[in-house]
Write a protein that binds this ligand. Structure first.
Ligand code: SF4
Length: 237
């Protein structure tokens, strides 16, 4: 998953300082070229747009950019607001410039553009709930976060820290300590993270996480098993 919030270079610099669209495009091409050079198909890539007020009106153009980059899916998410962290931009819940109807219309137009260009535009459950006004983030007794990231997401920071969470869970390994994807997903710290989620005995980062919906551990367990079947996993989670 590649984060691209807007096709507007100047706006992107403000939202994600240090990010350059031409670097993103070049790196996508490099990954594809490397795959072809070793006889593999291009990996399936998807793009993620975190919706903030300034990017709302650039969504249709973003779908076009995603198409031009050869990416088949654009996922739309709401801003994750973590307590104690000063965020530059706020969730759709607090937009002053736009009503929920205007937000829904911009998203519907992006989806229509996606249909026209054969780009799947999907919406995060949290974003959908924000738009519907039904979002709840607090955990009830016995609930966990329905989060599959520790089973499928790898994020490597420039300092070599490896995360299986894009929010606030601490690193689960370092690049110098692993030699395979298996080492990452089955590192002691990642196994601990999975166990916390499956049992509902959550790390503070997961308790506060606004990105993943609350749900019962059984629901997560079911989704994990389905994912493992999809992945063709032969070893337990
Ligand atoms: S903080 Fe926890 S619940 Fe949120 S995305 Fe990370 S691992 Fe998942």
């Amino acid at each position: 998953m590649i984060s691209i919030d807007t096709p507007n270079e100047e706006l992107l610099k403000k939202i994600r300082p240090g990010t350059r669209l031409n670097n993103v495009a070049y790196n996508i091409a490099r990954i594809k070229a490397k795959s072809y050079s070793i006889g593999l198909p291009s990996p399936v890539m998807s793009a993620n747009c975190t919706i903030t007020a300034p990017v709302l009106k650039t969504l249709q153009e973003l779908v076009c950019l995603v198409k031009a980059l050869g990416i088949a899916e654009l996922h739309l998410t709401d801003v994750t607001e973590l307590s104690g962290l000063r965020v530059r931009y706020q969730s759709i819940l607090h937009f002053r410039e736009y009503s929920k109807e205007e937000c829904s219309l911009a998203i519907a137009q992006a989806k229509a553009k996606g249909v026209e260009l054969d780009v799947r535009v999907s919406i995060d459950k949290g974003l959908e709930e924000s738009l519907e006004g039904t979002r709840k983030n607090w955990l009830q007794n016995g609930e966990t976060r329905v989060c599959l990231d520790p089973w499928r997401l790898i994020l490597v920071k420039p300092n070599g820290d490896i995360h299986t969470c894009c929010i606030d869970y601490p690193p689960i390994a370092h690049i110098s300590d692993v030699s395979s994807i298996h080492d990452i997903f089955f590192s002691p710290a990642n196994l601990r993270c999975k166990e916390e989620l499956l049992s509902g005995r959550l790390h503070v980062a997961c308790r506060k996480c606004a990105r993943k919906a609350p749900g019962l551990p059984d629901e997560l367990d079911f989704q994990v098993r389905s994912l493992l079947v999809q992945q063709g996993a032969t070893t337990p989670a």
